[in-house]
Design a protein around this ligand. Structure first.
Ligand code: SF4
Length: 341
C-alpha cells in the first residue's frame, strides 16, 4: 500500500510505521505553524465524529495525502486529552464507518490483506467470503441476522457476502481504534492544543445536552446508575449493544417514563438500525403483547456481565431503578432547598 492508501486507512500497522519513519517531534507537530493545517484537519475529524460523521477526501498529490495521514494521530491525541468515554466511542465508530465505504470497494485481494491485518483467517470460495467461526464470533455484530444459527456454515467456516465481510472488518477497525484510546498524552501537549480542545468540548457539550433535553424531558439523566450510563453511551455512540444490555436499557427507560419514540430515536445511530424492528421490540417490552417488562435487577445485570462502574450507592440497592429513585429523590429535595434559601 502507498501513501494514498495510508491516508485512507491510517489505523493499519504499515501506516503507523510510515508515520514513525517520518520521525516528527511531537512538540513541533503541535506547536509549529507549518503544521497548522494538519492540526485543523485533526480537529475537524473529531468535530465530524461528534456531528454527522467523518468524510474522506480525494488527495490530489502525495503532500496532501501525507497531511491527511498525519491528521489521524492529531485527532487521537485531541480525543485523548478530553478523555470522555462517549467521545472515544463515537470517534472510533465514526472512523470505522467512514473507512467501511472504502473497504467494501477494495478488490478481493485487498480485502483479504485487510483481514490478515486483523488476524482474521479467511479465504474466497467461489463467490463467497469465508472466515473461521472463531474470528466471526470475535467480531460479529450483535444483531439477530448475524447470529451463527442464521449463517451458512461448513466445518467451522462461515460464508459471507463481500458487503458483510467488509462490515465485519469495520467492526474490527472500530475495536482497534477504541481499545487504543485514550493515549497517555503529556500535559504540556494538551495545553498547547487548548484552543482546539475548547471547540471540541463545546461541541461535545452541545451534542450531549441535545440528547438530554430533547429526549428525556422530565427525566433526570444525572441520576441514572452507572450501568445505564454505560449502556446509554454505547447506544448514543452507535454501538450494537448485546441483546441483554439493550433490553436492560430499554426497559429501564420505559419504567422511568420515557416515551417510545424517544427510545427509538436513541437507537437510530446504531449501524444496523431498522426502525420497524426496533419499534416492535420497544413496544413488546412496553407491554404490547399484554406483559410489560420490568428492568432487570442488579443480580441479573451482574450475571449477564452488564453491571459496569459500581459506585458506593450501588452497595445500598439491589435494583438499578432503586438507585435512580434514591438519587432522583435526593436531587429533588436539594433543588427545593436551594429555591427556599
Ligand atoms: S450495582 Fe446495580 S445499579 Fe449499580 S452498576 Fe451494577 S447493576 Fe447498575
Amino acid at each position: 500500500m502507498d501513501i494514498f492508501g495510508f491516508a485512507d486507512f491510517p489505523f493499519i500497522s504499515s501506516a503507523q510505521k510510515y508515520v514513525e519513519r517520518l520521525d516528527f517531534k511531537l512538540d513541533e507537530l503541535f506547536s509549529d505553524r507549518a503544521f497548522e493545517q494538519i492540526r485543523k484537519r485533526g480537529k475537524d475529524r473529531v468535530l465530524s465524529a461528534i456531528g454527522d460523521g467523518i468524510i474522506h477526501y480525494e488527495y490530489p498529490d502525495r503532500v496532501s495525502a501525507e497531511k491527511e495521514l498525519l491528521s489521524y494521530p492529531v485527532a487521537r491525541i485531541l480525543v485523548s486529552c478530553i478523555k470522555d468515554s462517549y467521545l472515544i466511542k463515537r470517534y472510533a465508530l465514526s472512523e470505522a464507518k467512514s473507512s467501511y465505504d472504502l473497504i467494501k470497494k477494495l478488490p478481493d485481494g485487498g480485502l483479504m490483506d485487510f483481514a490478515s491485518e486483523f488476524s482474521i483467517s479467511s479465504r474466497i470460495d467461489e463467490r463467497s467470503y469465508v472466515m473461521h467461526c472463531a474470528d466471526y464470533l470475535r467480531h460479529a455484530i450483535r444483531e439477530q441476522g448475524w447470529k451463527l444459527i442464521n449463517r451458512k456454515m461448513n466445518r467451522g467456516w462461515v460464508y459471507l457476502s463481500k458487503v458483510e465481510f467488509a462490515r465485519i472488518i469495520e467492526e474490527a477497525v472500530r475495536e482497534r481504534i477504541e481499545s487504543g484510546l485514550p493515549l497517555d498524552v503529556p500535559p504540556h501537549i494538551c495545553a498547547s492544543l487548548e484552543d482546539y480542545l475548547i471547540e471540541i468540548r463545546n461541541n461535545l457539550i452541545a451534542r450531549k445536552s441535545e440528547f438530554s433535553i430533547e429526549e428525556f424531558k422530565e427525566i433526570m439523566p444525572d441520576c441514572f446508575p452507572p450501568c445505564i450510563v454505560h449502556a446509554l453511551s454505547g447506544a448514543q455512540a452507535g454501538l450494537n449493544l448485546p441483546h441483554s444490555l439493550r433490553f436492560a436499557l430499554t426497559s429501564f427507560l420505559l419504567n422511568i417514563g420515557m416515551n417510545i419514540d424517544g427510545i427509538i430515536e436513541m437507537f437510530k445511530v446504531s449501524p444496523d438500525f431498522d426502525e420497524e424492528r426496533t419499534r416492535y421490540q420497544v413496544m413488546h417490552i412496553h407491554g404490547a403483547a399484554g406483559t410489560a417488562y420490568t428492568s432487570p435487577s442488579c443480580a441479573t445485570m451482574t450475571t449477564y456481565g452488564n453491571c459496569f462502574g459500581k459506585e458506593p450507592l450501588c452497595d445500598r440497592i439491589s435494583h438499578p431503578l432503586s438507585y435512580y429513585r434514591k438519587k432522583a429523590r435526593k436531587t429533588y429535595i436539594q433543588k427545593n432547598l436551594n429555591i427556599m434559601q
